[in-house]
Design a protein around this ligand. Sequence first.
Ligand SMILES: Cc1ncc(COP(=O)(O)O)c(C=O)c1O
Length: 385
Amino acid sequence: MISRKKYAREVKSIPKGFDNPNEFFTYVYNDQDIIWMGQNTNHLHSKDGIMEAMVSSIKKGDYAKYPPPDGFPELQDLVQEDLGLTHGFDCLITAGATESLYHTANNILEPENNTLTCDPGYLIIDNFCSRFGEVRSIPIYNPECGYKLTPQLARENLDENTKLICLIDPLNPLGSSYTKQEIKEFKEISEEHDIYLLHDITYRDFARDHHLMAKYAPDRTITIYSFSKIYGMAGLRIGAMIASPELISSVRTILINDLGTNVVSQKGAIAAVNSKYEWLDRIKDTTRSNQEIIKKAVDQVDGAFIPVYPSDANMLAIDIYDTGIKPSELADYLLERGIFTREGTYTSKLYGHRYLRVSFSIPTEHVKYFAECFLEAMDQLKVEK
Ligand SMILES: Cc1ncc(COP(=O)(O)O)c(C=O)c1O
């Protein structure tokens, strides 16, 4: 018999009426009218050439061939140019940022090592790192540390076996992000203690201001890049990792997707980076004003607050603990009204009972409808208590 791995993931709470997560996701996926605020995907793209590039690739029958294993050089170059990480760096195109996260953990960690992550955070990273070593998840849900893993917290929690520090910037689920000064301090920490830095920049393009760790610590940083969020291509499963040629070459020895990443997705990704500056401001502006609508609604509810506002990502957390209403009750209520949101337990082991996470890179009329339903829910659920 095969026993469960020690790092096997617990199934998080499943919305009422569903037996397992797959059943729930199939339900929301198949309902075209569901308002998608439960995953931080981007539903604001219009005709901008991305879909057209993919359709053209399909029509040519490109998909009959395997792509080059590291990715099309044109796409590798575009990703590196987008970040300004051209000289002294290399890039691998992967099946989403997710694959890059896994390779980073696998490549860097030995069993005696530990990794610093934070709670709340993107728990899939913790899970991957725990397959290869110990994970130290640092509680950051408080204003004293600015709701992020600060250099000071890192110093307090590291030891001689710490090999990796994970910085999600901006942070899923709170939207906190790093200043240039903090980035420089992490560079010092990495040099002083011989530590690698995983810089997950999945939400970078939504931020007001953003600083790349790789520019300060080029040999010790693995930058994780996603096409799922600003580019609106989550279902296409495409992302990248950018690091020193030495690090990328060691990752090549442990690849899983040895035959390369989806050809059609790569063609779409090329069109996406090429057209970025035609649509970026529009999407950022809509996302930012959508966030204001949510803030106005939350401010009307006694006991509810947004820990990090404005969020530098396309999602934020709404803390409802002091209202006495549970995030699961609120999520179920909203789902009945056709709005998919995420309970805090998806991104926190310690604080999940406090907040609901909502994403807002969706049409503004949907956000307005959410604001109405949220206020109605907070009234209604309070009465029922
Ligand atoms: C911080 C972070 N990294 C990576 C991912 C996954 O990205 P991808 O869809 O490119 O695999 C997510 C998805 O929500 C995320 O929040």
